[in-house]
Design a protein around this ligand. Sequence first.
Ligand code: MN
Length: 300
Amino acid sequence: MAGDASHPAAEGPGRYVQAGVERLLAGKGLMVHRQRVEAGSGVRPDVPSASRAVNQRLQVAVRSAIRAARLPIVLAGSCDAGIGVVAGLELGHCGIVWIDAHGDFNTPESSTSGFFPGMSLAIVTGHCYRELWASFGNRPPVPEDWVVLAGVRSLSPPEEARRLQDSAIRVVPWKQGRPQGDIASALDRLAGRVDEVYLHIDNDAFDPQTAPGIVDEPVPGGLSLAQMEEVVRAVTTRLRIAAATIATYTPASDQQDRTLMAGLRIIELLGEYAASVGRRPSGTARPGPAGTRVRPSDRP
Ligand SMILES: [Mn+2]
């Protein structure tokens, strides 16, 4: 949780592990390598510094997973983990599908709360904290028109909505449980620009009925589990997934493990995707990327 191991959301990732996420993935025929990423000691206590410390380690973990031909699935307390993941991707044509109730597109100037994870998408697209972003190896920010933002229904303050509108990010808002735009055409357009994407899922994108256990106050009208599965499938039929994050699961706020179950289902779906890419014979028209292929020798 942005480098704060004492925050209730920091319990989420361990809870997925406890619930058997590795067994779930192994059941798909995948070799699972689990790695814990923390801020470490001697970090300055301010949130951007703590976040940077975690994200520097996350960047290294993601990069080495990709180089080992694995699919990084990052279980994170907060959305700023997306910074480290994007920084760990191989440079190239990788877009972003960001599914979230919020825009995460504030800047220190526009934000009224100063909530750092609420600036995550703005940071990776080069809108603020440019020095912090540069500290991850001076990578170019992700172009706005390589980004699809879906599930959004709480932009605050209005300045965030204006900033999004002025950007080239394709936004598919959600209202009363329905998409307020054509997600398929947004993904088609994205697939015309990039070959692969980073898939970022904030659990708060779900309807509160499906995922009450999150960091922020739940926002009604979000995605059902079936809709989230549909969106993930719509992504995998058009694009390769270079890495994925599931963020903000907060066990202490959950009800009957609903958020846990929804998250596990999405992770299972990602596992099925990774397994299918691994099974695809090389030399087909659309081979899996090095980043997601499961080598035959890795299979049990
Ligand atoms: Mn978020």
